[in-house]
Design a protein around this ligand. Structure first.
Ligand code: SF4
Length: 323
């Protein structure tokens, strides 16, 4: 398990770390428990940090003259200035962070789907939603990090994407700090199938950067590479991209497998296409063939081991929401 680079992950502190919610409670999240052996966490509760205490009167986002404010109705206090100052200070002080896992719907930590009220009075929220003060700033200032809220993490495809991106970012951070072009060359070679899933276009561009025909120095190459590496991981890959890569990998064994074995694998892919099986079921079979036929190129592909498999096997068992 320790061969994986350890991602640095900023987490809302109320997600199982401290009893810091407005009502003095915490929300245990199983996926965070599973991540604990593999990640270094930086926990934060912005509302406690600005001195609101625990328990506290809840805050909400209200709109005044087209501007969002963080407002505490029971006290009649506007907490916007304190919060924006804290958020700026905290985020500016972060370095080498790979991802954020935040509490959904919170006026502070929420990434989206946060209620907005039309003023200070006792009214129903508006129909449109927004980001929390901390969550919104994270999206703005860390557009290329792995960012998710605990609600969306229940969806296994989103979870798979989040883990894949998070651990890839941690591996890339190590390459960057190595200062060695040879490390980058190996990183690229071992991520080819993952890039094939995420973006064929970026895979080609990254390949050209690594080939380095004009002999750029490491700082220049890594900077070019980083830009396109981030673009490659920007969006959730499509099902068909995963299927194409599974078929591509199967091609390496076409002369070694019986027709029954091929039919079995194709059936697994169909079940994956029909959302009846997780990707990890297909990958497990490919991994067994890689070991059986000593397929060196595939054995080196991170695609078959993008993150600790304990994270997938424990929870990769059903379709969540928000797909
Ligand atoms: S959602 Fe954020 S601000 Fe609210 S209790 Fe959790 S960590 Fe604190």
């Amino acid at each position: 398990m320790n061969s994986f680079a350890r991602p640095r992950l900023v987490v809302s502190e109320c997600l199982g770390f401290k009893t810091c919610r407005y009502n003095g409670e915490t929300i245990p999240v199983a996926y965070i428990e599973y991540l604990k052996p593999y990640c270094d966490f930086i926990t934060v509760c912005p509302e406690v940090e600005i001195g609101l205490g625990v328990p506290r009167d809840p805050v909400r986002i209200i709109e005044i003259d087209g501007e969002c404010h963080l407002y505490q109705p029971a006290k009649g206090r506007d907490q916007t200035r304190k919060m924006t100052r804290f958020v700026d200070r905290f985020l500016s002080g972060l370095s080498d962070v790979d991802g954020f896992l935040l509490k959904e719907s919170s006026p502070s930590c929420g990434l989206n789907k946060v209620k907005v009220y039309p003023g200070k009075g006792k009214t129903a929220p508006k129909s449109e939603k927004t980001s929390g003060f901390f969550g919104g700033a994270v999206l703005e200032r860390f557009p290329y990090s792995a960012v998710v809220d605990e609600g969306r993490l229940r969806n296994f495809r989103i979870r798979e994407h989040f883990y894949t991106k998070l651990f890839a970012l941690a591996r890339f951070r190590k390459v960057k700090s190595s200062g060695a072009t040879s490390e980058l060359v190996h990183f690229h070679a071992s991520h080819k199938l993952i890039f094939m899933v995420y973006s064929q276009k970026e895979l080609k561009i990254l390949g050209k950067i690594v080939a380095n025909p004009v002999r750029k120095r490491f700082p220049e190459i890594i900077s070019d590479y980083e830009d396109h590496f981030h673009l490659a991981f920007r969006d959730l890959p499509r099902y068909i991209s995963y299927i194409n890569v599974l078929m591509h990998a199967m091609g390496y064994f076409k002369n070694n497998l019986s027709s029954d074995e091929k039919a079995y694998f194709l059936d697994l892919i169909e079940q994956y296409r029909a959302r009846k099986l997780p990707l990890s079921a297909c990958i497990s079979v490919l991994r067994s063939w890689i070991a059986r036929f000593t397929e060196i190129y595939l054995a080196d592909q991170v695609y078959f081991d993008p993150y600790p498999w304990e994270l997938a096997t424990i929870s990769d068992s059903g379709k969540g929401r928000n797909l």
